[in-house]
Ligand binder design. Structure first.
Ligand code: ADP
Length: 233
């Protein structure tokens, strides 16, 4: 059953950082504490493991809240351009650290009104732009654009020229805990829940998400939203 498998992978995912923290702390207590450099190094690594545990638990919390409140997502019109600009501003520092520029692909001077849950869509845009930075290459860029598509929908595109994704991994990308690099060794490793959360939110809106990617070249994530139509009386 899916639920049991999910519980199984939760405990599996928590084990690695837990054992890491346990290992460093017991080495410290077994005498490692006496050496000043080891003390500092192992404490930093233990903190790293704890931080990993914290964001796994935070993402799990987000998923379980989503599952509970699915029926009650309150939808209202809002300007997707302003929301995106807001997220871009919030992530500017993170992008700067990697020398990545976040831009629009065009001038969007007028609001584009869509219907959805503002907070949840903000989370989607945040996760996708954060990924474009995490898996982007330093000196690269993230471009965001909006396109009209059929049936009064808008397509939001977020593309990067980063590491890209191997075609064989694309079908599994939105699975809970799926990560291309399982080692957790690289500093960019997340919980592996970010895209699962994104997909969950988009589906709760009855909308669609797409991904196109070329290994070594970059990725583009896109999702649809319904446009808000203003009726004149
Ligand atoms: P994580 O917490 O690992 O970032 P996500 O669910 O957000 O988890 O993403 C799952 C995996 O998909 C990532 O570990 C990464 O390998 C890959 N991925 C996601 N976004 C991108 C991107 N923009 N470019 C390249 N790979 C990506």
């Amino acid at each position: 059953c899916i639920r049991d498998r999910f519980l199984g992978s939760i405990s599996h995912e928590l084990k690695t950082p837990l054992f890491t923290v346990q290992g460093y702390i017991s080495t410290l207590l077994d005498g490692g504490m006496k050496d000043k450099t080891i003390r500092k190094k192992y404490l930093a690594r233990a903190l790293n493991g704890v931080e990993r545990l914290v964001y796994i638990v935070e993402d799990l919390d987000t998923i379980s809240k989503l599952e509970m409140s699915e029926e009650r997502l309150t939808m209202a019109p809002f300007d997707i351009v302003a929301l995106t600009q807001n997220v871009m501003d919030l992530l500017e520092m993170k992008a700067n650290k990697k020398d990545i520029i976040i831009t629009f692909d065009d001038k969007y001077n007028k609001p584009i009104l869509v219907v959805g849950n503002y907070d949840k869509i903000q989370q989607v845009v945040t996760n996708l732009i954060e990924n474009s930075i995490k898996y982007g290459k330093s000196g690269g860029s993230t471009e965001i654009g909006f396109e009209d598509v059929i049936n009064n929908h808008i397509l939001i595109n977020i593309s990067d020229n980063g590491e890209g994704i191997d075609a064989k991994n694309i079908p599994r990308l939105f699975e809970r805990f799926f990560r291309v690099d399982k080692s957790g060794a690289r500093s960019e490793g997340g919980s592996g829940l970010g895209l699962a959360i994104v997909k969950h939110i988009i589906e709760a809106h009855n909308e669609k998400i797409f991904v196109e990617s070329n290994l070594g070249k970059g990725s583009q994530f896109s999702f649809t939203l319904q446009k808000h139509i203003e009726f004149d009386s």
